[in-house]
Design a binder for this molecule. Sequence first.
Ligand SMILES: Cc1ncc(COP(=O)(O)O)c(C=O)c1O
Length: 445
Amino acid sequence: MVTTLKLPGPVARSIIERDRAVISASYPRAYPFVMDHGKGCEVWDVDGNRFLDFAAGIAVVSTGHSHPKVVKAIQDQAERFIHISSDYYHEKWVQLGERLHQIAPFEEPASSFMTNSGTESVEAAIKLARYHTGRSQFIGFLGGFHGRTMGALAFTASKNHYHKGFFPLMNGVVHVPFPDPYHPFLLGKPGEPYGETVVRYIEEQVLGKVIPADEVAGVLVEPVQGEGGYIVPAEGFFPALRELCDRHGILLIVDEVQSGMGRTGKWWAIENFGVEPDIVCAAKGIASGVPLGAMVARRRIMNWPKGSHGNTYGGNPLACAAALATIELIEENYLENATRVGALARERLEAISARHPSIGQVRGLGLMLGVEFVKDLQTREPDEHLRDQVVDLAFERGLLLLGCGKSVVRISPPLCVSAAEIEEGLEIFEEAVRLAEEYVRTPAA
Ligand SMILES: Cc1ncc(COP(=O)(O)O)c(C=O)c1O
């Protein structure tokens, strides 16, 4: 039984008013949820309303809100020391490097550079790729999201408002279409898998006509596009891209900030496609919400000398303690849970899709699932307005969702989500879809 909440409540309303006076207006607030506390996949707002969280703070709280083992790890570390800086050493930082070496998606030994966010992991990868190859140019993908600092921003191409007012960006990035199988943009040869068409476009049109391959340092790509619409790349893409990179000495850099740390049921989404990258960018789910990122590279590639890159907080002890606890929990339970409960969620979403003509496609891997809303199943024209309605209606019924792409809702709950929570959340989701279809599609009397 789905009930409707009166939102925002009075306490939330007053905090939002105070926020307006003192906090930057640039933050992309989705709806008026003001958090009080959370446990696992449940969160409560300051007026005592309970919600299921299928957004996980943008795929960040991988082990759920305030997992007791993560809380204990942070508490224990806080009592010993909170900070020492990257001019010194401490053991948890080394342990985290050892764990990342174990789980890195390549056979060779790995080295890690710790950061405080996703965008900083991407910045570090850009710098390392330039340093290691001695080349300056890059290839990025339309629809990609890599962060908002000047280097990462030059790659971000999911919406033009990220760039508006901020030119000039870092130069040296050429964007190509992402191999989106639902909205293919290029015309392939008969029988050619669409993923291979995109790589052929890179080779023939970009390398052949714009930038010589021997000036390209790296290709930066999300194995599953996140902000761009939870898009799983078309068949044939990654093997062909890896082959192209190998042939020209170009580094394959995967941005796993959103798709990594078990979200797709494997440590890294790239493992779903049978190729090994050279550099991996991580953040979000790595420390269950404590700000931490990592740029993990093949050790032979991370050949920059002392002083060439660094930061004050890198390897922060609280963040490392949280990350070590997070990795243990994901390894013990949540990789398997993401696969099992992700399959259940996928099945339920497919069934909902069959009942609702506004849903064009359900896609994704593990617990990184996207539902795309369209105006017409044949033309696949995105229905952004209906998607926005679904998100708002779900919120008013106690479910936190976030949009992505033009007209997609992402389902990215904490990796500890239970089957019962999926059933409960998707019941609310379907009710929101039903109401949105009624409001948006029914002609006014
Ligand atoms: C794939 C990807 N890369 C990079 C970033 C940037 O991360 P942050 O916001 O921590 O800088 C994000 C954030 O959404 C992301 O999804």
